[in-house]
Design a protein around this ligand. Structure first.
Ligand code: MLT
Length: 404
């Protein structure tokens, strides 16, 4: 008789955004007359930029001509894209990352879930609390997190690093030494960030402890303040201890297009074993690469026209962030985030739990957000709104919230 991977049975509930989707669908079908504004999942709403569309159209035509048709993509991704990434996202910032240290994929969510495969099950992970649920859930699926305590909403073998108002929603070095440290800055869900000096402390710590930092920089394009690192490789010593994940979803609107990449420096080694070689082996065996058309679209992100158009798109969403931030503040809410990130993190009013506020907001204002407790126990009493809606919907949502 076959057996299943019973680690899956230990997982509490369904994936956070699936739960929210189902709740909203049920509410909509019960109240078909109600207009609902979705500021829950961080999904973009603006169309693809013209430079990207043009590159995609051209690539589609190439695929229709025997002379320019392409089949399987190279394992690590096309060189034209990896060269553009290395030059624009790293070398231009003084970070010594080469094209052959970049693995192109169909998105940072998959990479952030899959990367744990190259590490032993004995490794202990440390995560921020609250945290993007994919890091913990995928380690739980692999059997690395011990047992789940429904009461505390914590796994026995995970080191939680609380990110609270009193520490500026930034994690402190853990007391127990982890093997793998997940960091995401600018942060999802709190919208907080840390300075280059603060990140350097983590890099030094990881090098001392013999730990690897898995650094999710999906929201890098939203950094507006000086001295906030755009990549962990701005820090000294990061080449020896850090893997970086990047997404095209948030900076270029690729949530439905699907493109991302992972950087594993060749200097990152466990004894004699190169993590780059392990991930290359995994990538080659399990993955056939992002489509040519999409990788050409990714290349256009780095063209002069693409860069200018995407700067405007990011500014559009950041105007929404400001609208939400200022609007909530004037309505008396305690808010943070929304300055270097497209997420606004608010304290639920009147001691409501995060899910109570979710229901209240949906019923009273027809606005969907994300309950903070869905990201971890320290998210209880908080709520996340995204700036990725249209400006009109964002304004309307704020008007409705102010009237509640
Ligand atoms: C979020 O809302 O946290 C993100 O959109 C989820 C994701 O990027 O997968």
């Amino acid at each position: 008789m076959y057996k299943i991977n019973d680690n899956y049975l230990k997982l509490p509930g369904s994936y956070l955004f699936s739960t929210i989707g189902k709740k909203v669908a049920a509410y909509s079908s019960e109240h078909p007359e109600k207009s609902i504004i979705r500021l829950g999942i961080g999904d973009v709403t603006q169309p693809l930029a013209p430079a990207i569309l043009e590159a995609m159209h051209k690539a589609v035509d190439e695929m229709g001509d025997a002379k320019t048709f392409r089949g399987y993509a190279p394992d690590l991704g096309y060189e034209f894209l990896r060269n553009a990434i290395a030059r624009e996202d790293y070398q231009a910032r003084g970070a010594d990352i080469k094209a052959d240290e970049i693995f192109v994929s169909d998105g940072a969510k998959c990479d952030s879930g899959n990367i744990q495969e190259i590490f032993s099950l004995d490794n202990k992970i440390a995560v921020c609390d609250p945290v993007y649920p994919v890091y913990v859930d995928t380690n739980a699926m692999a059997g690395r997190t011990g047992t789940y305590d429904a009461k505390t909403e914590m796994w026995s073998d995970v080191i939680y690093m609380p990110c609270l108002e009193e520490n500026g929603f930034a994690p402190e070095l853990p007391k127990e030494t982890p093997d793998l440290i997940y960091l995401c800055f600018p942060n999802n869900p709190t919208g907080s960030t840390i300075t280059k000096e603060q990140l350097q402390v983590w890099v030094d710590y990881a090098n001392r402890a013999g730990a690897v930092i898995i650094y999710d920089a999906a929201y890098e394009a939203y950094i507006s303040e000086e001295n906030v690192p755009h990549t962990i490789y701005e820090c000294q010593g990061a080449l020896n201890c850090a893997i970086e994940l990047k997404s095209f979803s948030k900076n270029a609107g690729f949530t439905g297009v699907r493109l991302g990449y992972t950087v594993i420096p060749k200097d990152l080694k466990c004894g004699d074993v190169s993590l780059h070689a392990l991930w290359a082996r995994r990538h080659g065996t399990k993955y056939n690469g992002a489509p040519y058309i999409i990788q050409r679209a990714g290349e256009a992100v780095y063209s002069e026209a693409g860069k200018a158009q995407l700067k405007e798109q990011v500014a559009y969403y950041m105007k929404n962030a400001k609208t939400i931030r200022e609007g909530l503040k004037s309505a008396g809410y305690t808010v943070s985030g929304g300055i270097n990130a497209p997420y606004i993190w608010l304290k639920t009013p009147g001691n409501m739990t995060s899910w109570e506020f979710f229901d209240y907001l949906l019923e009273k204002a027809g606005v969907v957000g994300t309950p903070g407790s869905g990201f971890g126990p320290s998210g209880e009493g908080y709520f996340r709104l995204t700036a990725f809606g249209s400006y009109e919907n964002t304004l309307a949502a704020l008007e409705r919230i102010k009237k509640m």
